[in-house]
Design a protein around this ligand. Sequence first.
Ligand code: SAM
Length: 165
Amino acid sequence: MNIAILFAVFLILVFSFVILFGAPYLPTLKPQAQNALDLLDLKPGQILLELGSGDGRVLKRAAKQGISGIGYELNPLLVWYSQISCWRYRKLVTFKCRNYWQVTLPECDGIYVFLLDKFMPRLDKKITKDLSNPVKLVSYAFKIPGRKPAAKKGGLMLYKYPLGK
Ligand SMILES: C[S@@+](CC[C@H](N)C(=O)[O-])C[C@H]1O[C@@H](n2cnc3c(N)ncnc32)[C@H](O)[C@@H]1O
């Protein structure tokens, strides 16, 4: 097997093993990334948490607006790419190579996710369990079952925790 095939196999494995734990890599498009930030309406100094931060584009855009960010991402290549891409904003944004189901979520002001339908009930429970302060969640494409979004914009939904606030 030559080196190119080995490298291709490595890439396929790194990008596909994540489907055991969450959504595969599919980046949010630029207009939707901005719509997500508009819905979250965070101010400079507030913290945005992204669960499955992909190539870091959403947190980078947020950092340009002075918003701090924490990204959890399972794919080490994407973590590495994000760190390089956001080097200029390294004091604001941190990327961690972690499975977000296995961490206690840190207190934050907003959360952004682009998951899959089947993970939304688990996410709802996790936010409720881990976070005690009010937090806004924006989800791209997938709804939290049984919950009415506080707002919607271009395929994105805003939810406010705790429930009813
Ligand atoms: C649909 S992509 C969204 C990427 C990014 N949030 C965006 O919108 O551009 C989902 C990302 O979550 C990552 N991921 C999936 N399950 C994960 C888990 N359990 N912990 C951390 N990252 C995960 C994948 O590697 C992938 O990069």
